[in-house]
Write a protein that binds this ligand. Structure first.
Ligand SMILES: [Zn+2]
Length: 407
């Protein structure tokens, strides 16, 4: 990580409300015997003990192999990146390109990334801009997906309009459809107010059908880590992450549960067997037995591993079996975002890719899943799963190439 990024990241963490649990967690149990800890000989120790969780950065003392994997064993397709995003805050939506192709290509060439799929390409004229910026000059290196036109979702002709838009998007160069967790967690009947629109709401049926007919894979993100649906308290394993991003919490209010969101997504997959769905972020990475059940039930379902090696890598034996069993349906992906300083697990750059390669290719033990001084998604470290070449080839390239219709 660049020093400036690291500094900015530390600032983010420092401003988050992580102090209270910090002192509870780390301060020694001395309150009932105050005199004992304030004797002169111990005063220095007491000062040191008042360490806040946000300042705690323990270094591992393990003497274990550290394998550097500068390039992936096979050329790869990063199926899940954000090189553009749509700013919906103003009067009109605008597209932002997070960098220039030349800048991305430097990292891609160094790290053996053949293709980056830019999922958040927008819609209508915004999509055309994205295609022009990324894909036109480098059609063999960047692919762009389109997104639903949500602010028209409450108009009477929306079902047909959205299906037609998909066809137009394909003509404009889009290779697939991206559905953010907007559907299920943000989009409401009157767009920003009213009840939440369900993932399996019938008005989207023509869109899912059109995606299948046009051979455009659907990259769908539903729900989020299970801890995001629980109170942000001392028992929450993502306490620091949720404190840094309080708007990521889906606890309370009228939010559906993780299980309800997953099941609504499953009903969509079942209703549209011709359409190929990639459940992003391993669908439900804390519950691989459930994801396995879903994959068994729906042959048109796939998963990507974007931003979830922190989860997969802390259950390496279960994860390894999962890769063995579903080696034809797992896609390499990172969620990389150039200059995405607020989420270290996503910052596009050499460091990020080396961590993914180390996780997939080596049996190294207990290493950081993100280029950050403190593990940003939870305070644990990960273990490599040492996949054999046959599986690596499929996960890095073959599975995505098949879905994207590449030779
Ligand atoms: Zn993403």
């Amino acid at each position: 990580m660049k020093t400036t990024n690291r500094r900015r990241w530390l600032r983010t963490v420092a401003t988050a409300g992580v102090g209270v649990v910090g002192s509870q967690l780390i301060k020694p149990r001395t309150t009932e015997s105050h005199a004992r800890v304030t004797t002169a000989s111990q005063s220095n120790q007491t000062t040191q003990s008042a360490l806040l969780l946000k300042d705690y950065q323990p270094k591992s003392m393990l003497h274990v192999p550290e394998t550097k994997v500068p390039r992936s064993r096979f050329p790869n397709i990063d199926f899940h990146t954000h090189l553009s995003w749509i700013d919906r805050k103003g009067e009109v939506d605008v597209v932002n390109h997070v960098g220039e192709p030349a800048e991305a290509l430097r990292v891609m060439d160094a790290k053996n990334i053949k293709i980056m799929v830019n999922l958040t390409g927008g819609y209508g004229p915004l999509l055309e801009e994205t295609v022009k910026h990324w894909q036109t000059a480098h059609p063999d290196r960047f692919l762009v997906f389109t997104e639903p036109w949500y602010d028209k979702a409450n108009t009477p002709d929306y079902p047909k309009f959205q299906a037609d838009q998909l066809e137009k998007a394909k003509k404009a160069g889009a290779r697939g459809l991206k559905v953010l967790k907007t559907l299920g967690l943000y989009l409401r009947e009157n767009i920003k107010t009213g009840p939440l629109v369900k993932i399996d709401d019938k008005r989207f049926d023509p869109m899912w059908e059109a995606a299948g007919a046009l051979d455009m894979p659907v990259a769908i993100h539903v729900s989020d880590p299970e801890a995001f649906f629980l109170p942000t308290d001392r028992y929450n394993e993502r306490y620091e992450e949720l404190s840094a991003h309080p708007d990521w919490s889906f606890h309370g209010k009228d939010f559906p549960s993780n299980a309800e969101l997953q099941e609504a997504r499953n009903r969509v997959i079942a209703r549209h067997p011709r359409t190929k769905f990639v459940a992003l972020h391993v669908s439900d990475s804390e519950n691989l037995p459930y994801v396995a059940e879903c994959l068994d039930r729906y042959p048109n379902m796939y998963v990507d591993i974007a931003a979830r090696i922190g989860e997969l890598g802390r259950q390496p034996r279960m994860a390894r079996k999962f890769f063995d069993n579903y080696q034809d349906r797992i896609l390499f992906a990172t969620d990389a975002t150039p200059h995405g300083d607020e989420t270290p697990q996503q910052i596009f750059g050499n460091e990020l890719y080396e961590i993914y390669y180390r996780f997939l290719e080596t049996e190294d033990e207990y290493f950081d899943y993100a280029p950050a001084p403190i593990p940003p998604q939870g305070r644990w470290r990960i273990y490599g799963i040492g996949l054999p070449e046959t599986i690596l080839q499929k996960v890095y390239y073959g599975n995505a190439a098949r879905l994207l219709g590449l030779a």
